[in-house]
Ligand binder design. Structure first.
Ligand SMILES: Cc1ncc(COP(=O)(O)O)c(C=O)c1O
Length: 389
């Protein structure tokens, strides 16, 4: 598999490369972008060829999700992650965030608390705010270069009856942790005890490095499944996010009916004409491609770590268990958040997500998307090195 070829994304309106978006978020429109979580690498050739054939068919009318679509999803999760998802549990949504907004509005009232494990994907905070719920933080702890959950604090937050739902991010964006069985069981124990629902965002679940293993939260036990909603998607895995077509797994029958009637009412249960063809091809034929991608990303991480050790020892990589998002620790530079932004944008010419976007706990850090050809990654590292020196 060749991930080294640079493909020009600017010939199509890619958000990550859009000068207007870059200027709006970073104050400059000509930065090398490493921010939005999609890949500058092509989807598996099997997916591309099926999409080309589909496009050549010439008719793009309304479609439904055929049985073969669900079979491919169920087979993938069973085969790769040992999770048996029952067909009716899989509900449609335009994306994980849309499902999150719907479920928050269905299972909490305005003013109720939603627990977030910061630093965490900033859109969660925006969804909670826009739905007029309160953000309740259960900040992660950084212990010897590795993030951990503060369970004592989680229990205290869960015990407050005003806090209705925990947003779990597994693998965690941006710190890269893949929560292990023990941690997931502890979360389940606390949330079940205090009747806190769990929205588990697992859309990065396929991007996990050996020897770590992604364990779907709902697969722990029937009881765990019953108080949880799981966002799954091939979007991150196979670079299909622009299809804007996701899935939410809801084992609890009552919750599922509630979601289904809402989705029907607001017409958010439709599908994209290219989705089923792409997803079925990816899940049926994408294993080899994905395994090579994981190898490529792991090598890029090693290269990055060595580069920092050798050339910029003040910058540390928080080693991820999974995701293609590298969480970089700049605290040794002893610059404030604004100075770090200036260094990254004006001096290095790079667009990285500033750590504080993910919550105050992320200050001094930045998130860098490494799903790019290695040559581009090296160019960015060189630019960073010269900016710092
Ligand atoms: C953890 C996580 N959840 C959700 C999303 C957005 O997902 P969607 O486009 O399916 O709403 C992203 C995108 O970067 C993400 O990283």
């Amino acid at each position: 598999m060749n991930f080294d070829t640079q493909i020009d994304r600017k010939i199509y309106p890619a958000q990550k490369w859009n000068p207007t978006d870059l200027a709006q978020h970073f104050g400059h429109d000509n930065l090398l972008p490493f921010w939005i979580a999609d890949m500058d690498l092509p989807a598996p050739p099997e997916v591309v060829s099926k999409l080309v054939a589909r496009a050549e068919h010439g008719i793009y009318g309304y479609e439904y999700r055929p049985d073969s679509f669900y079979d491919s999803v169920i087979d993938w999760y069973k085969r790769r992650h040992g999770w048996l998802i029952k067909r009716p549990y899989i509900q449609s949504c335009p994306g994980a965030l849309s499902a999150l907004a719907t479920l928050i509005s269905q299972h909490s009232d305005e003013g109720d608390g939603i627990i977030l494990q910061t630093p965490v994907f900033f859109e969660f905070r925006l969804v909670v705010r826009k739905n007029k719920r309160k953000i309740v933080k259960n900040p992660l702890k950084l212990v010897d270069g590795r993030y951990e959950i503060d369970f004592e604090d989680l229990e205290a937050k869960a015990a407050d009856p005003r806090n209705k739902l925990l947003i779990l991010c597994n693998p965690h964006n941006p710190v890269g942790r893949v929560w292990n069985r023990e941690e997931l069981e502890q979360i389940a124990h606390i949330c079940q005890k205090h009747q806190v629902l769990v929205f588990s965002d697992e859309i990065h679940g396929d991007i996990v490095f050996q020897p770590n293993r992604y364990i779907p939260y709902a697969s722990l036990s029937e009881r765990t499944g019953d108080h949880s909603f799981t966002a799954i998607s091939p979007a991150k895995t196979f670079n299909l996010a622009g299809m804007v077509d996701g899935m939410i797994v809801i084992p609890n029958e009552q919750c599922r009916q509630q979601y289904d009637s809402f989705a029907d009412r607001f017409q958010i249960n439709r599908t994209n004409v290219f989705t089923s063809i792409a997803v079925e091809a990816a899940y049926a034929e994408g294993d080899v491609w994905l395994n090579s991608l994981l190898e490529y990303l792991a090598q890029s991480l090693t290269l990055m770590k060595e580069y920092f050790n050798q050339h910029i020892p003040q910058v540390k990589l928080i080693e991820p268990d999974g995701t293609y998002l590298a969480w970089l620790d700049f605290r040794e530079l002893s610059v404030d958040a604004k100075e770090l932004d200036t260094l990254l944008t004006q001096k290095a010419g790079l667009a990285l997500n500033s750590g504080y976007w993910f919550g105050r706990e992320g200050a001094g850090f930045a998130r860098m998307n490494i799903a790019v050809p290695r040559k581009v990654l090296l160019k960015a590292l060189d630019q960073l090195r010269y900016a710092i020196s």
